[in-house]
Write a protein that binds this ligand. Structure first.
Ligand code: PHE
Length: 520
């Protein structure tokens, strides 16, 4: 089957008309004369079609055309204002007052402008009793002459005059494109029948030898292509990943949204009565109902996980590692309930538990730096700044002898790479960190301090349950990916950034980001 052609019947007709007109004329054709009613686009399409077959050649000509403004039309018909004033006075036997002059001409405006100019030209003067009178014998109305030339030729041979008339707002100019069309080497009266495709039949019959093939149109723009575009959150995420990587962090495997209560809460020393574990705050999974922890992961892990499980129970219920615990009956079933993870700290806990099993040269767990950027879920009422799901950026540093001062210093460096400086720290509370600090930075655009993250040093109750040595300390901090992205792109409503209300044009048109660049 032949591919569809884009040529319409009207451009077909126009192409044939052009060929017929060229055939009759001994001169090249000027399209504005030969086809005054055809549009530029139609003409160009028809000409390109003929030119690609070498049936015609054409050049594009641009010229300026001058057109009369209404006032100039009046001058062309009745004379310039000054000439009309002179003429009226010449006809009057005696001088005329302004009023009489206005009556004679019938246009106040013509009198107002005309008498001033006629004075300048010394065509008229004033009598002792304040009347106007003609003094010249005869005059030449140059303005009218000039305008009449423009009216007839759409230009004026004297460029200075043309410019002057334009300045006086008597004429306007517009650019006119037209085509100068010549016969081409393959000129004919009709476009030959053309094949659009080389077919098996043509090869078999030998018809291809004499067939005329439709030329390729290399000037065709083609259909607009909808390329893919990265979502702004992905762009900012990539920038943040680069910051983590250049600071020696390893990315945590966050590719699961469902966690047990154990990893999301209990491992983090979040008591089972904590309000964050309420239905109002957390999405629970109804099917399957429970996780198969601690036997599920891998059979040789089982013993370790069982010991860990027992430690977590003990530290919550009775206290351990020097902590008095929360002193409530800890429920294993509660721990096995499945949740949509409320923070990526669930993964951090899992990673730290694995870290506890590593052995460095000195036989102790090796220091580590982990990060993740992934989705978390909270049962929130959706508004301009809250969604039920968002992305969390999280970092964890485990090492011996870390101090709170070290955490603050590290935050300055980390957030500095995002363009945020002069941080402020505010004491805060997390069940799993002590001390805990909210991090604030001055936002130039908003002109105030904004909260940019949450941080702390993980508690002994959490770390020692996993089997990490007493002197291994762990920093942790988290922030949302949405907050810096919204600031970066100037978005005030989170629903414009994430969810079903996102405008695809916003996604496609958003520029790349370089965090921290403008502050360097
Ligand atoms: N999980 C915390 C949050 O959801 C972030 C955090 C991670 C805080 C690690 C301290 C340590 O805000």
């Amino acid at each position: 089957m032949a591919p569809p052609t884009t040529t319409t019947a009207s451009s077909d007709d126009l192409a044939t008309d052009i060929l017929a007109a060229l055939d009759k004329s001994s001169q090249p054709l000027l399209s504005s004369d030969a086809f005054p009613s055809a549009t530029f686009v139609d003409l160009k399409a028809a000409l390109d079609r003929l030119a690609s077959r070498e049936m015609v050649k054409y050049d594009t000509i641009e010229r300026q055309e001058a057109l009369l403004e209404p006032e100039a039309e009046q001058i062309a018909a009745n004379g310039s204002h000054e000439a009309r004033v002179f003429e009226a006075l010449r006809k009057a036997v005696e001088g005329l007052s302004v009023k009489e002059l206005e009556e004679a001409i019938g246009d106040k405006n013509v009198v107002k402008i005309g008498q001033g100019k006629a004075f300048k030209e010394k065509w008229i003067s004033k009598t002792k009793d304040g009347k106007f009178t003609a003094v010249a014998d005869n005059i030449t109305d140059t303005t009218q002459e000039q305008i009449k030339i423009v009216q007839q030729t759409k230009t004026h041979p004297d460029a200075k005059i043309l410019a002057d008339l334009k300045k006086r707002k008597l004429i306007r100019t517009q650019n006119i494109f037209s085509f100068k069309i010549h016969k081409g080497p393959k000129f004919a009266l009709k476009i030959p029948e053309e094949a659009t495709d080389l077919t098996a039949d043509m090869i078999a019959s030998g018809a291809w030898k004499t067939a005329t093939f439709k030329p390729y149109n290399f000037k065709a723009l083609g259909a607009t292509q909808n390329g893919g575009a990265l979502h702004p959150l992905n762009k900012v995420r990539q920038e943040l990943r680069n910051i983590f990587f250049e600071m020696g962090f390893e990315e945590m495997p966050t590719d699961k949204f469902v966690e047990s209560g154990f990893w999301n809460f209990d491992a983090l020393f979040v008591p089972q009565q904590h309000p964050a574990r309420d239905l109002q705050d957390t999405f629970y999974i109804s099917d399957p109902k429970a996780a198969d922890f601690p036997r599920g992961e891998s059979s040789d892990d089982t013993k370790d996980y069982q010991a860990y499980w027992d430690n977590v129970k003990a530290v919550h219920q009775d206290g351990k590692y020097g902590s008095i615990g929360y002193r409530y009956p800890w429920s294993g079933d509660e721990s096995l309930r499945l949740v949509l993870r409320t923070h990526t700290t669930a993964i951090s806990a899992n990673m730290l538990h694995k870290l506890a099993a590593t052995k460095g040269p000195d036989g102790r767990p090796t220091p580590a730096r982990y990060f993740s950027i992934d989705r978390v879920f909270r049962n929130e009422t959706v508004d301009a700044t809250h969604l039920a799901e968002f992305h969390q950026v999280e970092g964890v540093i485990a090492d011996y002898g870390l101090t709170l001062g070290g955490l603050m210093e590290f935050m300055e460096i980390f957030f500095g790479k995002m363009g945020l400086h002069d941080l402020q720290f505010k004491p805060a509370y997390n069940p799993y960190t002590e001390p805990s600090m909210e991090i604030f930075a001055y936002h130039k655009g908003l002109g105030k301090l904004v909260e940019i993250g949450n941080s702390g040093m993980f508690r002994a109750e959490m770390l020692e349950s996993m089997g990490l040595p007493k002197d291994m300390r762990v920093f942790g901090w988290g922030l949302s990916l949405e907050r810096p992205t919204m600031i970066k792109y100037g978005i005030s409503n989170i629903r414009e950034l994430l969810g079903h209300k996102v405008d695809l044009e916003f996604v496609q048109g958003s520029p790349a980001v370089l965090l921290g660049e403008e502050d360097k």
